[in-house]
Design a protein around this ligand. Structure first.
Ligand code: AMP
Ligand code: MN
Ligand code: MN
Length: 326
């Protein structure tokens, strides 16, 4: 692995630099991209730095200069450097063209499904809790400030479920401790960006829980929200965040599946595991990816087809796990 401090040395103060994260950006994606953006704006004031993301959820408006995010990728620009953060190039959405055309590409990611990295220079570490943790490691401490710290802290709390998931390490907590040292109202940030739900989100969550089905002898749980239901509640894809986490904590469950409809016979699938199933492997089989305990993919077919196909892989893994421990 390339010395991480060297990665930012790849950048020059005369460069045109683009930063982008994955489609449907989550807290880590927004936090890591914005943390890096704020840092580069500060440390390379003469460079042109642009950050491209799909419009983040309103809760992230507490991040400074969030309004500077570019959502329109129609301009034809050849950047000197394009940095993909929290993803491989194939999930950059419209900004993928800037990555493909850039003279130099850098990839900062923590997805086990992207071990090789997609850049000319890569900083990929699946042991990291979040891309925000990796972005923090690239920065010189004396050049950090409260705005950068807040963006990265939000990223870390989102990908660790407020330091609850098993991806939280002593190193993660050390970084978080340093970040809150820059001064921020962290209980408010945690509450307003992570726990707080809109009325619509609570309605859809309630509906998804009510209609969830336990199967595989209670080891697996699934729930589906179709387009009609989303329209009924006036819910957007962003409002589906967190539903799968609630399904995962059902007693006895090893693996949770949540799907919402994105098109005619097309579903966005979220998978969560309590450890026995490697859901990154399951998702990768269907063209997606992620982490061992949290992964996703998009699937085509009826939702019954999707569940049947997923179950085969999940059951195989559960059976072989149980066989091994016997
Ligand atoms: P989600 O269920 O969408 O919250 O995603 C769980 C984790 O898997 C996140 O870290 C995502 O970035 C990742 N992920 C979701 N979908 C994909 C995909 N199609 N390809 C690669 N990684 C994904
Ligand atoms: Mn992410
Ligand atoms: Mn992440």
């Amino acid at each position: 692995m390339k010395n991480m401090k060297k990665i930012l040395e790849e950048l020059d103060s005369r460069d045109r630099i683009a930063i982008s994260g994955h489609i449907r950006p989550d807290g880590d994606c927004v936090g890591s991209c914005m943390g890096l953006y704020l840092y580069l704006k500060k440390t390379l004031p003469t460079a042109q730095v642009d950050v491209y993301l799909e419009k983040p959820a309103p809760v992230f408006s507490c991040i400074d200069r969030l309004e500077e995010i570019k959502t329109d990728c129609s301009a034809e620009i050849v950047y000197d450097v394009c940095i993909a953060v929290d993803t491989a190039a194939d999930r950059l959405g419209d900004a993928e063209k800037y990555f493909r055309a850039a003279k130099k590409t850098i990839n900062i990611d923590h997805h086990v499904s992207n071990m090789q990295g997609c850049g000319m220079v890569n900083y990929v570490n699946p042991a990291a809790s979040s891309a925000s943790e990796l972005v923090y490691e690239l920065m010189e401490e004396e050049l950090m400030d409260a705005s950068i710290a807040k963006a990265l802290y939000i990223g870390i709390i989102h990908d660790t479920g407020v330091f609850q998931y098993s991806n939280t390490t002593p190193h993660t907590l050390t970084i978080a401790a340093k970040l809150i040292g820059y001064g921020m109202d962290f209980p408010k940030l945690i509450n307003e960006t992570f726990y707080e739900k809109t009325y619509v989100q609570n309605h859809v969550l309630g509906r998804a829980l009510l209609e969830s089905i336990l199967f595989m002898d209670g080891r697996c749980i699934v729930s589906v929200i179709d387009k009609k239901t989303m329209e009924f509640y006036n819910a957007e894809p962003k409002d589906m965040d967190g539903i799968v986490s609630q399904l995962r904590i059902t007693k006895g469950v090893e693996c949770a599946i949540f799907m919402y409809q994105t098109g005619q016979q097309e579903y966005k699938v979220s998978l969560r595991s309590n450890g026995k199933v490697d859901v990154a492997e399951v998702a990768a089989y269907f063209g997606g990816g992620g982490h061992v305990r949290a992964a996703g993919c998009t699937m085509r077919g009826t939702y019954h087809d999707c569940i049947n196909n997923l179950s085969l892989h999940i059951e195989k893994q559960l059976d072989s796990y149980e066989e091994e421990v016997k």
